[in-house]
Design a protein around this ligand. Structure first.
Ligand SMILES: NC(=O)c1ccc[n+]([C@@H]2O[C@H](COP(=O)([O-])OP(=O)(O)OC[C@H]3O[C@@H](n4cnc5c(N)ncnc54)[C@H](O)[C@@H]3O)[C@@H](O)[C@H]2O)c1
Length: 246
């Protein structure tokens, strides 16, 4: 018995990294998954890796676009007949101190994280409200809790996702829809592997568990929030950080 047997989940930014690990974990627990990503070829390859069309489908979606988001969610109902879970995971970084950050870099990060999450959240909420059930998981970041130098754009967006999740949780609770957020810390992925070594080492020194997290360790918390194991939880923010900035 899988925790998501018979359920259909949409995960944004799931062609690689944390999103793909979530898709993999959900599929292993019985879900059929729709992998949304701005990189269409990578989304298709990711779906094939999960076992192909009976289990997964890849859809090109830029989360900043409301119409792309509509099409992504429609793929879940058209291909698999339902929408039970949405994970808003797609993300980018454009790190720079305020002295050098351009307005474009600020806007890009706010758009993908805040507007992108809002697009998924409001459109999935409309579908889930009609069926009176559903679970939404938003991927924030520890940067949104403590603020990181060089990330005024990203920290603001990730803190905004917390407020957005709580507001939506209050709007949707009596419709049977739960909305929760995850704040990962330093997780080994393409996003963090791009960091200069001295930045990586600085972050490592802050982690009581003295190691980075693995994408599978975020995926298992997403599974918990997506499944009935967390049936009485909404509006929460779970930290997956090895104890960093507790
Ligand atoms: N890796 C970490 O340490 C860490 C820590 C905290 C939070 N996060 C968050 O976790 C999420 C996943 O991060 P990751 O480390 O797996 O990153 P990643 O760069 O490996 O993957 C991000 C994915 O999002 C996709 N994407 C980017 N822009 C998109 C858009 N506009 N529309 C749709 N898809 C888009 C990319 O193509 C990619 O497949 C992000 O929201 C990130 O901010 C990561």
């Amino acid at each position: 018995m899988g925790l998501l047997d018979g359920k259909v989940a949409v995960i944004t930014g799931a062609a690689q990294g944390i999103g793909f690990a979530i898709a993999e974990r959900f599929a292993a627990d019985g879900a059929r998954v729709v992998i949304g990503d701005i990189d269409e070829a990578a989304a298709t390859t990711a779906a094939e890796k999960l076992g192909g069309s009976a289990v997964a489908t890849g859809v090109r979606c830029d989360v900043t676009s409301a119409s792309d988001t509509d099409a992504l969610l429609a793929a879940a109902t058209e291909r698999f007949g339902a929408l039970d879970v949405l994970v808003n995971n797609a993300g980018i970084t454009r790190d720079a101190t305020m002295r050098t950050m351009t307005e474009e870099q600020f806007d890009q990060v706010i758009d993908v994280h805040l507007k992108g999450t809002w697009n998924g959240l409001r459109k999935a909420s409309a579908i889930m409200r009609a069926q009176q059930r559903g679970a939404i998981v938003n991927i924030s970041s520890l940067s949104g809790k403590v603020g990181m130098a060089g990330q005024t754009n990203y920290s603001a967006a990730k803190a905004g996702i917390v407020g957005m999740s709580k507001a939506a949780a209050k709007e949707m609770a009596h419709h049977g829809v739960r909305v929760n957020a995850i704040q990962p810390g330093l997780i080994r992925s393409a996003m963090t592997e791009a960091m200069p070594e001295h930045v990586w080492e600085g972050k490592m020194a802050e982690i009581p568990m003295q190691r980075p997290g693995e994408v599978a360790e975020v995926a298992s918390v997403a599974l918990f929030l997506a499944s009935d194991l967390s049936s009485y939880m909404t509006g929460t923010v779970l930290e997956v950080t090895g104890g960093r900035f507790m």
